[in-house]
Each structure stands twice: as C-alpha cells, then as structure tokens.
Design a protein around this ligand. Structure first.
Ligand code: NDP
Length: 292
C-alpha cells in the first residue's frame, strides 16, 4: 500500500506556481489576485478560507477577504460579487460555501463572472467542462485529477466507482474520469443514497472515490485487493484528547481499508490540501489569460 500524499503534492504544486509568479513579475506583469467572500462564522468555513489566504501569501498572490455577517442579504452579496467582477485588479473570486439558508447559493455563484470563477462552480464552466472545452475545473475534482496524474495512477479502462453525486465533487469527478484523456477513460459508476447493493458495486471497483460526508462509511469488505481509494470526506468526530475537542476523519475506514489498497489518500493530508492547490492553479490561469 502506498499513501497518496496530498499535503506534499500540494506544496510541490504551490512551489511551481510560486515560480510562475516570480517569472510573471520579472516580465513586468501584475501579481495574481484572489478575492475570497466569507459569510457568517462557520468554523470550518473560516478555517478553509484562512488556509486559502495563507496559500496566496506563500505563493506570492495578492488576496482580499470580504467578510459579511450571516444577516447579509442575497442582494448585498450579489452586488459585492459584481463589484469584484468589475475590479480590474482581481483575477479570481471564490465565495466560500455553504451560505446561510436564506441565500440562494446558485444566484450568488451565477453572479461571478465565468472568467473569474476559479472555484469552477459557474454553469458556464461546468458546461464547458462537460463538453471537454477549456474551463476552470471545480477545485476538488481538479485536485483529484492532479493527484492521479502526478502519481501516474493507471486509469484507462478501469472501473471507477464514485460515491456521492454532489455538484462540487461527485458529479464533476465522474465526468472528468469518463473523458477520453488521461487521467480518464474510466468506466464510471456514480452512486448515491438511493443506490442499491453499494457494497457489491464497490467490490467491482479498481478506483473508489468517496465523497459522502459520513465518517468510516466505506468498509474493508467493500474493497477489492489492490484498489485505489481516494477519500474526499472531511468529518469532525469528537476526540476529548485533542485541544479542539475533535479530529478529522474521512469517509473511508482507513485503518481497515488501507491494507487492501494499492494506493490510498489519508485524511487529513490527502484531497484537502490539493483542493487549495487546484484553486491556486485556477487563479494563476485566470491571471495568465490577461496576457494571452
Ligand atoms: P454532499 O452532502 O453535497 O453530498 C453527499 C453525497 O453523498 C450525496 O450525493 C448523497 O446522496 C451521498 N450519500 C449520502 N448518504 C449515502 C449513502 N448512504 N450511500 C451512498 N451515498 C450516500 O457532500 P459533498 O460532496 O459536498 O461533500 C462530501 C464530503 O467531502 C464531506 O465530508 C465534505 O466535507 C467533504 N469535502 C471535502 C473537500 C476537500 O477539499 N477534501 C471539498 C468538498 C467536500 P444523495 O444525492 O442521494 O443525497
């Protein structure tokens, strides 16, 4: 079993982007600039946004954080996004999800200019991705693609079972792995809460991508010997021994599943850091597109 070290790969990718920034500045170009919009004080969202801002600093990007209370109206948020669209210096915009329930996330996502949609959630980018056209790929699926690519995991002709069909992870990653390219050319089965015989389906998988949101959901007896397992889940479970009172667990029962795998991602330190690297890649791409 080999660990797929997302933390290390994320650092490598961020170093590569940092070099691109230095080259761009040496050519007299503008420093890439990411704007993050954070609503309310959901601790997980705050942590994610802080990690993204910190990554910007490490790479040499400018960053701007716009914070709103959870009383903000949908219209105020849409106006704030439109101002970021109009701001010439800003290359990429991310609105940290989830938003409070009185706000329609779709309306806010659709307010972002597709050219600055570095999270890849805008319908224009999703549509272009489905057609195989150049687009900003959603950050987590893009991170998974880079992980498979950099570790040279064979995907052609493999059966990939994706568990979870969310718009931000399961559905886009299933589309990307079905594409006629590398990493891709998989035969993909997209499963969800209404799927019957999930264990039997998983037992046929060469690659399993778990994005469910339930700790230890995927069990060892679901795994074929030598399978590749990508665990997207980030679940907080109570742990009195930790200062925070919790620790992070994936959707896969790592302890029992990992001995059966050829490759597996840990949680934390797997897909999570790659999501940040993918966001940075998209922001760099957005910035470079000014000069092409
Ligand atoms: P969602 O809650 O949006 O989707 C969960 C999916 O799991 C749904 O499609 C749901 O099916 C499916 N599901 C739920 N129960 C079952 C079941 N019993 N059997 C099969 N499928 C089931 O979650 P997200 O995709 O947003 O996130 C999934 C996990 O990944 C979470 O832990 C989240 O924190 C993590 N995450 C991690 C990221 C990272 O950077 N590493 C980024 C984004 C998310 P149905 O559609 O039928 O309801």
């Amino acid at each position: 079993m080999q660990l797929l070290d997302g933390k290390q790969l994320s650092l490598t990718l961020q170093n590569e982007i940092g070099l691109e920034v230095k080259e761009a500045i040496a050519l007299g170009r503008k420093r890439p600039h990411l704007a993050a919009v954070l609503v309310g004080n959901n601790p997980a969202s705050e942590t994610y946004v802080n990690s993204k801002i910190k990554a910007c600093e490490n790479i040499g990007f400018r960053s701007t954080l716009l914070q709103f209370t959870d009383q903000v109206s949908q219209q105020e948020l849409v106006v704030a996004v439109q101002q970021l669209n109009d701001n010439e210096d800003i290359d990429g915009i991310l609105v940290q999800l989830p938003l409070p329930s009185h706000i329609d996330e779709e309306k806010v996502t659709e307010a972002i200019s597709p050219a600055k949609d570095v999270d890849g959630f805008h319908p224009v980018n999703i549509g272009r991705m489905v057609k195989g056209l150049a687009s900003f790929l959603p950050a987590t699926p893009y991170g998974i693609i880079m992980l498979l690519e950099r570790y040279k995991i064979a995907t052609e002709g493999k059966h990939c079972v994706v568990i979870g069909r969310s718009n931000i992870v399961g559905t886009p990653v299933s589309i990307l792995l079905s594409r006629n390219t590398y990493p891709g050319n998989c035969t993909v089965t997209l499963t969800h809460s209404k799927t019957k015989h999930l264990k039997d389906i998983c037992l046929q998988a060469d690659i399993i991508i778990a994005a469910i949101g339930k700790p230890d959901f995927v069990k060892a007896e679901w795994i074929r010997e030598g399978a590749v397992v990508i665990d997207v889940g980030i679940n907080r479970v109570v742990d009195a021994s930790k200062k925070s009172g919790y620790r992070l667990k994936g959707d896969v029962d790592f302890e029992n599943v990992s001995p059966k795998c050829s490759f597996i991602t840990p949680v934390p330190g797997g897909v999570g850091p790659l999501t940040i690297a993918a966001l940075m890649k998209n922001t760099m791409t957005a910035s470079k597109s000014r000069y092409s």
